[in-house]
Design a protein around this ligand. Structure first.
Ligand SMILES: Nc1ncnc2c1ncn2[C@@H]1O[C@H](COP(=O)(O)OP(=O)(O)OP(=O)(O)O)[C@@H](O)[C@H]1O
Ligand SMILES: [Mg+2]
Length: 243
């Protein structure tokens, strides 16, 4: 599917994206990708392949050197600050390094994006409680985020990304520190958000995650997309990279 076919069904459109870092690291050389509304898409590839860079371009944390990034039909390179701020509120981001406020409680970390979007106190309380329960963090509400284990911090980061029911979820290695049970909890939540219509892009090395279910897997290498398809053939492409 392309934007030309069905413009209102496309959530993410990348056209011929190039992105370098100084002095001369070409993280992405020529990447084009269309993601439909409601799609769950996995982004994989070796360490350094450009997965995080790609996700960061989608929320304008990074800017491409060339090419076009469109989210829900909007060219984000041209969006004025206010409109970008509005769009950012529709995006839930799980950062690879979590980016929690270490001195604040777990509950406060999760509540913050909901407070920013003006949610009612009762909604915030309920959402926080539900997410903590669903992610196996029930007793941790008042713990300082900085005192949590890495796996617990990762789950708080996931709760924070999901609390506002975003239209687009960008999750960077969201299960990198989690055991199987917690990875399943996370995938169950992602699938529920997908069922309500959210678009989800997950960067991961974890083939257990993308090995189940029907969804596209996109493989990045050397700044290009070298394969895209449903899981089985992509698992082979990914394995070939490690040989
Ligand atoms: N801020 C930066 N400054 C310089 N180089 C960078 C920067 N961010 C990323 N890079 C480089 O760009 C390339 C792509 O990095 P990126 O973090 O996107 O890869 P990745 O696929 O997410 O890797 P990983 O699986 O290890 O998370 C790497 O060579 C990396 O060293
Ligand atoms: Mg990364």
């Amino acid at each position: 599917m392309t934007r030309q076919d069905q413009p209102d069904k496309v959530m993410v459109e990348l056209i011929k994206i190039g992105k370098s870092y100084p002095p001369d690291i070409e993280a992405l050389k020529d990447v084009s990708l269309t993601v439909a509304k409601g799609e769950l898409l996995f982004l994989t590839g070796l360490s350094g392949a450009g997965k995080t860079t790609l996700l960061r371009l989608l929320c304008r944390i990074e800017h491409p050197d060339r090419g076009l990034v469109e989210i829900d039909g909007m060219d984000i390179g041209k969006l004025p600050g206010k409109k970008m701020q509005h769009l950012r509120r529709r995006i839930g981001i799980v950062y690879q390094d979590f980016k929690l406020l270490p001195g604040q409680s777990v509950a406060r970390n999760i509540a913050l994006p909901m407070e920013i979007t003006g949610r009612q106190k009762s909604f915030i309380r309920k959402q926080t409680r539900t997410l903590l329960e669903r992610l196996g963090l029930k007793g941790k509400k008042n713990t300082r985020a900085g005192d949590l284990s890495r796996g617990e911090q990762q789950r708080v980061a996931i709760a924070r990304a999901l609390c506002n029911k975003p239209d687009l979820i960008l999750a960077d290695e969201p299960t990198g520190n989690l055991d199987t049970k917690n990875s399943e909890r996370v995938m169950d939540l992602f699938n529920e958000h997908r069922n309500r219509g959210a678009t989800i892009m997950i960067a991961t090395h974890d083939s257990r995650l993308y090995g189940l279910g029907e969804h596209r897997v996109v493989v990045l290498a050397n700044g290009y997309i070298i394969g895209a398809g449903i899981k089985r053939e992509l698992l082979q492409t990914e394995e070939a990279l490690h040989e």
